[in-house]
Design a protein around this ligand. Sequence first.
Ligand code: SF4
Length: 264
Amino acid sequence: MRTGQPEAGQDKDIDIKDDGNPRGNRSASRRSGFFTSPASLARLRRLLRSTCDEARKEETDFPLLQLTADPLAVLVATVLSQATNDRISFRAYTALRRAFPRWEDLMVAPEEKIAQIIAPAGLAGQKAHTIKAILTRLSAERGQLSLDFLRHLSGQEVRHHLLSFPGIGPKTAACVQLFSLGQVAFPVDTHIRRVAARLGLIPAKTDPARAQAILEKIIRPEDCLPLHLAMIGHGRRICRPRNPRCGECPLEPDCPGSHVPAQS
Ligand code: SF4
């Protein structure tokens, strides 16, 4: 998952006008709001999943799905994913865990050494510092390097706790909740923000934290994970930042952001 850094920063890839639509779009007012009820969002997910085998494969191959048993692993992997893509960040995560299979060893490793290992993921010094700070604080406060205690807290308490770590924003916290705790959360990355704006689910230029709050209110709990994965895949393959492939899009008939001229 590509995650802008800082999390609340601007999405520089987004290529939408003030109305949230790609250049050359049809009238947004004709179709806006179609996908804004929970039931229609479930349909949205089914439509996205129906597009191709690749879409279905993405639902099972997504890197964070390999770490779901350990919320601390999801947290560290998501920190590494900030400002880079999933493939690169997951390679960095794998290299880091190969070098330090025990969290205890990673906690006491020199930041420079950690930064060297995770360098391909970018922002290596900052990410190394954040990871060490998380582990050090867990050790001091809990006496063990684990986030399993979060399983006994409410969603609100979990979010509050995760956001109290320096360098952890709403998206990273939501990834831990969604991928490893099974809680209601909808992390918003650059793809989801762009697709949601074009579909009229959020106002254009909504910042990621606000977009996350809006989407968490309207998406049914059982749809959060599949729709999160489906929207990322859709944003990568079809609803691309520039030149979205609206002519191949299964959402085109209902999308206010489509650039395909409407039939008169
Ligand atoms: S690719 Fe699909 S979702 Fe994206 S703007 Fe075009 S019609 Fe809308």
